[in-house]
Structure formats: C-alpha cells, structure tokens
Design a protein around this ligand. Structure first.
Ligand code: SAJ
Length: 405
C-alpha cells in the first residue's frame, strides 16, 4: 500500500491505530506534541501499557513504515485521535481537536481524507471542516468524516480489527471514501451514516454503559440497607432471558464512560431540554464513590471504638478497572487518597504497579495479613485467593463472585 497516513495524537487510540496501519503496509507519519513520546516511539518502544502494542510498534518502526514527529506532514489520509475532555462545569472541551485541525491544515491537499476518531460532541466534525475552511482549504475538494474509536483498553489491538465501525461523513462522498479506507483493515462491518449520527452513536454507547452501571450501583446501595447480597441478586436476575444487569463497583472510572455522557447532558441543556436519565446515572455513579468512602470511615471508627486502637485499612486495588495498571480517573485511587487525607491508617495495594510518586505501594499478601479492615476496591485476579479469615471485609467489587462484564 503506497498511501501515506498522518495520525495526530499518539495516545491510547492514535498509537495502536498508527502501529496497526504501519504493520498493514501503510506509510504512517505519527504526530504528538510531546517530544519524549515521539523519541520513545522512534526507538521502537511505547509510553503506555497495552497488551501486544509493544510488538506492533517495534515491528512498525523496524520496517520503516512508522515514524513519529512533533509536526505533521503531507499525506493522503489524516486521522485525528486527540483527547476531548471537559472544562469546568462539564462543558465539552474540543480545543485539542481544533488545534490538531489547524496543525494539519497547511499540509492538506485536494483529494485528502480527514478523519476524526476522537469521541466528540455532536457537531465537532462540521467544526473540523469549518476550521479547515478558515485556514484556506477548499473543503469541497476534501473528504471529512467521523469514525469514533470503540476499543476497550486491554483489548485494543484485537478490537481495532474485529469491531464493527461507524463512519459518518459531512457528505455522502466523504462517507463512502472513508468506509473504503476502514474496510482495508477492519474485519468487522463498516457501517455508513452521517457525521452527526456517528458522533451521537459513540456518546450513546458509553452513556448506555454508564446508565446500566448506575442501575447496578443503585441496587448495591439499596441491597446494603435491605441486607441482601447484591451479587447473588444480580446473578439470579440475569438468569431471566431478557435481563442483563451489569456489576456494581466503587464508582465509574477511566476517561470515557465518566466523561462522554456529560456531552449529551450539556448539548441538551443548550437546547433547553433535559437528559434526565443520563444525568442522573452520572450522579448515581459519582455518589457511589462518596458512599463507599463513608462506609469505610464508619467501619474504621467502629473498630477504633471497640478495640481502643486505630484500624489499619488495606485499600485493595487502585486501578480504574480489574487487571490493568491504568490509574486515570480511578475511583479506587480517589477513595484511597481521600482516606489518607482524612488521616486513616491506609495500606495502598496495587499488584499491577510497583511504585507510585504519591503513594507507598504495599504487597497485597502483606497488606492482607497486617490490616484490620480489608477493602476490596478493584476485582484484580490476585485478590481472589487471598486468605482473609478473621478480618473485617468490605467488598465493593464482588471479589469472590464469578462475574462477566
Ligand atoms: N464498570 C462497572 N461495572 C461494570 C462494568 C464496568 O463498575 O459492570 C466500571 C469499570 O470498573 C470502570 C468503568 O466502569 O471503572 C469503565 O470501564 P469499562 O470497561 O466499562 O469501559 P472503558 O472505559 O475501559 O472503555 C469504554 C468502552 N465502551 C463501552 O463498552 C460502551 C470502550 O468500548 C470505548 O472505546 C471506551 O470506553 C472509550 O474510549 O470511549
């Protein structure tokens, strides 16, 4: 394949995509504003943790098909994969998309395809086109489309190829051209729609998951009061052929599910309508973390009153979900830091990381042995066989239960 692809943003989505395309024979120019990221990749190494990614990047760089740089260059296809966080008050922040678009504008030529992969508020792909126009591009001669990324951290290299994709262009021609490109490396179906529908589809997917987790989290708090084992309850209800309740936890983390629903809530507010269920789900999931903190503090206080000594509390797991080392927007990390801030005696445990700048990471066996109270925050596989008899256990993630999420 002689086509050249310029990928803007070499993070969790951009780098795996760039490496995959380079391994498929495309000539890939990867761009990141962070010089150390560029240097790491050009050495054939990676700056993020993701299974198999190291092998893909190494092969891509060794073959000469992947080069990283801080500046874009001319290409046939541009892929924008930069973060879309929010400002204060959950207002979507598309500044990185706008600056990435401005950065590629000097290199865009007639016939090029410009694809936005970042999860984006509805209307962002049109905005990309506007920014290109404002920077001197005749957009009637290029193809602009949205193809939202859908991969699950931990399974990115597989899902990049296997998942179905949604492509929405600003014109039917842009959609068709972009679909043709994805079909060269995706085994799943590549589905066509408009840019706005594609944007809303991605926000809907993550909101769907958030709402369903909120349902499980609400059940867990109700069951705590009703004195019912929520894990048993869910496994029983899920034996109904049309029921599939997700799993409660210490809150919802990562930088997707806890962010994207706010894009819908904000867009609704702008139109003077409400996204009631979606907003309430966000609130329930955020509240679940506060509820967990109160539970732990109460248990520590009760221990202290009874034993006339301060409780040693083991916080088991810091990552945002099981069996990864990713601490971004992690409720478990937040809970641990809040408890330390409130002067509780905490053992911070995370088997997937060795050291942390802010916390002393303690071996999980040692913590389980020495703690008075063991709090399971993340269902890491290492915790499942721990001996915890004669301890006070607070389990927010159903560590001993078989689950499928
Ligand atoms: N969680 C629960 N209970 C569950 C499932 C998850 O509490 O039953 C929690 C996890 O512990 C974690 C959070 O939700 O804190 C999010 O984890 P996740 O595994 O649901 O999702 P992410 O953030 O790793 O990836 C999601 C995926 N979206 C969907 O499954 C709809 C992924 O496909 C997206 O590409 C990704 O967001 C993204 O980048 O948008």
């Amino acid at each position: 394949m002689n086509e050249k692809i310029c990928v803007i943003g070499l993070g969790y989505i951009g780098l795996p995509t760039a490496a995959l395309l380079a391994n498929r024979g495309y000539n890939v120019h990867g761009v990141d504003i962070v010089q150390t990221t560029v240097d790491t990749i050009n050495r054939g190494e990676i700056h993020i943790v993701e299974p198999e990614l190291d092998t893909f990047v190494k092969a891509a760089v060794n073959s000469g098909n992947l080069k990283a740089d801080t500046q874009p260059s001319a290409a046939d296809i541009f892929i924008i994969a930069v973060p879309t966080p929010f400002h204060e008050g959950y207002v979507p922040n598309i500044d990185y998309v706008v600056s990435a678009t401005k950065a590629i504008a000097p290199y865009v030529q007639a016939g090029n395809i410009i694809i936005l992969e970042s999860t984006s508020p509805v209307g962002t792909t049109d905005k990309v086109e506007e920014v290109l126009q404002a920077n001197g591009i005749d957009t009637s001669k290029v193809y602009v489309a949205h193809c939202p990324e859908r991969v699950l951290p931990g399974q990115i290299m597989r899902e990049l190829v296997e998942n179905d994709r949604i492509v929405g262009g600003t014109t039917p021609q842009a959609t068709a051209k972009t679909v043709e490109f994805y079909k060269t490396f995706v085994n799943g179906e590549v589905l066509s729609t408009t840019a706005r529908t594609a944007e809303m589809a991605k926000l809907t997917e993550n909101s769907f998951r958030d709402v369903n987790i909120a349902f499980a989290n609400e059940l867990s708090m109700l069951c705590d009061t009703f004195n019912i084992d929520v894990w048993e309850l869910i496994s029983l209800t899920n034996r109904h052929p049309r029921v599939n309740v997700l799993q409660p936890g210490a809150g919802v983390g990562g930088h997707c599910i806890a962010v994207d629903p706010w894009f819908i809530v904000h867009a609704a507010k702008e139109e003077n309508i409400e996204a009631k269920v979606i907003q309430t789900a966000r609130e329930v999931n955020t509240y679940k973390t506060e509820w967990a903190i109160e539970k732990i503090k109460n248990a520590a206080l009760e221990f202290e009153n009874k034993n006339r000594k301060k409780a040693k509390v083991a916080c088991m797991g810091l990552a945002f979900k099981p069996n990864i080392d990713d601490l971004r927007e992690s409720p478990a990390l937040y809970i641990t830091k809040r408890l330390i801030g409130d002067s509780l005696d905490i053992f911070a445990v995370e088997p997937n990381i060795e050291t942390n700048q802010e916390l002393d990471i303690i071996d999980y066996n040692k913590a389980a042995k020495e703690a008075d109270i063991i709090v399971f925050l993340v269902a890491h596989k290492e915790f499942k066989n721990l001996k915890t008899t004669s301890k006070i256990i607070i389990d927010f993630c159903g560590i001993y239960k078989e689950k499928d999420v």
